[in-house]
Design a protein around this ligand. Structure first.
Ligand code: UDP
Length: 328
């Protein structure tokens, strides 16, 4: 297995790279370092490059005799996607189309693709299974759904074999404590809650208290980044064993409100989270909880971290050790 990991220096990418390397395959990280961190992959094979750079991509596939790609390189912030859709369509759609062209031109047909729960929009059922209607409420979700449809067509027509993983809310950090979540700017709930505890950011803004949920705040399914990474390892192995193209949800199957996450963080840290109620954030659905029976049954995926407190503990360990992220 010679694997190219685009966006491998990012948060989910770097955790997955570490797990892929443990399988003994050759792993090459390809990242333009716009949002990724070189420090997160300091012991990995690395090519600095952009997914729009067809020549560099081609050279890299040939030089390392790559036979599969795990494609993380994308923009992923719901809020930003609503105010800057061009950037999102360009990077996530045009960039991925370019990557697919280069892969197919070089005979590489195995792909694990980062998709998202945002493809579902405002689902009518409380537990989301893969086949329900997809009506994304934000641009980010639309970019990923477009690429899922493209990949389905390329699979039928050009022999692409892909597994798309629809991530719910990735969080936590490797227990080693040397890699973790470090986005600039940070917009995700758990790191912002922990940074607020450390006095590293302003009061946490709770985006909306009038959603149709138990306490009025949004419900999300939080999944540990290593459990998410492990699903990529299983997906790749399945593709090498002849598994056909498929799409899987990746979440714990348990939902927590924003206020419950704050309470769990206060229990883990022993600190109080400074917070205030703020208006809703554009594009946020009320409830997103994964039904992930399909990946459990078909790929044998089993999450190790099912307790929100345990997940937050690993994130807290990273933030305490690295209060200024990789820059510190
Ligand atoms: N959220 C919040 N305050 C923040 C950041 C997030 O209330 O400062 C809420 C957000 O509205 C959503 C949940 O926390 O309901 C998770 O948001 P996040 O950005 O972490 O992930 P997303 O669900 O957008 O992928």
């Amino acid at each position: 297995m010679n694997i190219l990991v685009t966006g491998g220096a990012g948060y989910i990418g770097s955790h997955t790279v570490r797990l892929l390397e443990k399988t003994g395959g050759k792993v090459v990280v390809y990242d333009n370092l716009v949002t990724g961190h070189k420090e997160a992959i300091k012991n990995s094979l690395f090519v600095e490059g952009d997914i729009f750079d067809s020549e560099k991509l081609t050279d890299t596939l040939k030089r390392f005799d790559i036979s599969s790609v795990v494609h993380f390189a994308a923009y992923s912030l719901v809020g930003v996607s609503m105010v800057n859709p061009r950037e999102y369509y360009h990077n996530n759609v045009v960039g991925t189309l370019n990557l697919l062209d280069v892969m197919l031109a070089n005979g590489v047909n195995k792909l694990v693709f980062s998709s998202t729960a945002a493809v579902y929009g405002e689902p009518e059922t409380s537990l989301i299974t893969e086949e329900i209607a997809k009506n994304p409420t934000n641009v980010y979700g639309r970019t990923k759904l477009i690429m899922e449809n493209v990949m389905a067509d390329y699979s039928r027509t050009y022999g692409l074999n892909y597994i798309a993983l629809r991530y719910f809310n990735a969080c936590g950090a490797d227990v080693a404590g040397d890699i973790g979540e470090d986005h600039q700017p940070e917009t995700h709930l758990i790191p912002l809650v922990l940074k607020a505890c450390l006095g590293k950011t302003d009061k946490l803004k709770i985006f909306g208290e009038d959603y149709p949920t138990t306490d009025g705040t949004c419900v999300r399914d939080y999944i540990h980044v290593n459990d998410l990474g492990q699903a990529h390892v299983l997906a790749l192995k399945a593709l090498y064993n002849g598994h056909g193209s498929a799409v899987y949800n990746l979440g714990n199957g348990n939902g927590f409100t924003v206020k419950e996450v704050i309470e769990a963080a206060e229990a883990v840290t022993g600190l109080t989270v400074p917070k205030e109620i703020a208006p809703r954030r554009a594009g946020d659905p009320a409830i997103l909880v994964a039904g992930s029976q399909k990946i459990r049954q078909e790929l044998g995926w089993q999450p190790e971290y099912t307790d929100i407190n345990k997940i937050i503990e690993t994130a807290w360990h990273w933030h305490q050790q690295n209060p200024d992220g990789f820059a510190g």
